[in-house]
Design a binder for this molecule. Sequence first.
Ligand code: SAH
Length: 398
Amino acid sequence: MTDLPRPDDPGGKAVLLKPGKDKAVRNRHHWIFSGAVRRFPDFEDGEILDVRDANGGFLGRGYFNRRSSITGRMIAFDETPPGEAVENAVRRAAALRERLLGGSTDAFRVVNGEGDGLPGLIVDRYGGVLVLQISTLGIERLKPAILDVLERTLSPETILEKSNLPSRREEGMAPFEGLLRGRPVEAVEIRENGLRFRVDLAASQKTGFYLDQRENRKLVRDLAAGRRVLNAFCYTGGFTIAAWAGGAASITSLDVSAPALELARANVGLNGFSGRENTYLLGDAFETLRRLPLDFDLIILDPPAFAKRKSEVVAACRGYKDIHRIVFQKCPEGALILTFSCSYFVDEKLFRQVIFQAAGEAGRRVQIIGRHRPTGDHPVNVFHPEGDYLKGWLLHAG
Ligand code: SAH
């Protein structure tokens, strides 16, 4: 047994894994934790290295950063050269969207990180504009090559970056936002299933719009007819517009962000729904829901991730429980509640426990009548369950 590449092997600089620590990589899991590494070669953080098992057997290539606890992320599980592996992954990702979405929308996620075999990279498309989110130093170093591939495969007019992620600190990178290619763009109008949305790219959350809720916007459209709707945590009104398109009787849109609420109002106008019974409430949802009578037939709860890290799970559950208890205490008999958790750390089982506790405390009979996930432009790699963050449940309060 040797821990050096065999002399007849032309491989480059290699990371050697500890005995038994090659299993996850062999299973095509992208992450290599620092504890799995037996020896690094001389290298610069962010560099792409060969990855070998304890016997020197070649496993593929990944980029490495010693500062991060996830020290390596695989970009190829075979001999494909890194540039080609990235190009192939982008092409495969783009082809999947083409097959799944056809012409139903001009806004979708083109590359979903590990879900598309490209850890550390998100690419969202808003019409002619691509917005990149880069979370790792390895992808940062690959950026020029990635931009070339995106231009070749998708022919965008503009490429922006919105990498204002706190997690970049662990990689030794500051947040960054700016124009990468093409002409500057502040805002765009997108179309989704016949509805129009203005997306403020300059001052937005995430990359601009909650693309991961597309299928749930359809669901709301199907559920809304004749119903009085509360859209809590409405952001720029995605569910509000969908509910109007589905024939809602009235809609109350609530958010703590004034610019988000303004854009929600503008989007209502853009779709010709201004003359209807719209109420906009600016304020904290917890406080506002405690104060309102909650005479609604369809209540949408789509809060931000209450737990961004594991240590916040307990506090997050308290938040989820409070908001559901308030709703269950006051909503009318037969109300439907479409509720979401986008905290990866609050998994499906925990989310269910919290909801059931809230129902118990409110003394309410609550049924789960639907389970909902993001759609095909947010694929989850089966080897990487960490990518499965958003879950939505449709509840019935009897
Ligand atoms: N449902 C939206 C996305 C929601 S994102 C969509 O489909 O587009 C979460 C939203 O919650 C953000 O707009 C944020 O401003 C808002 N928010 C965060 N904390 C809040 C609070 N305590 N009360 C009300 N809104 C809050």
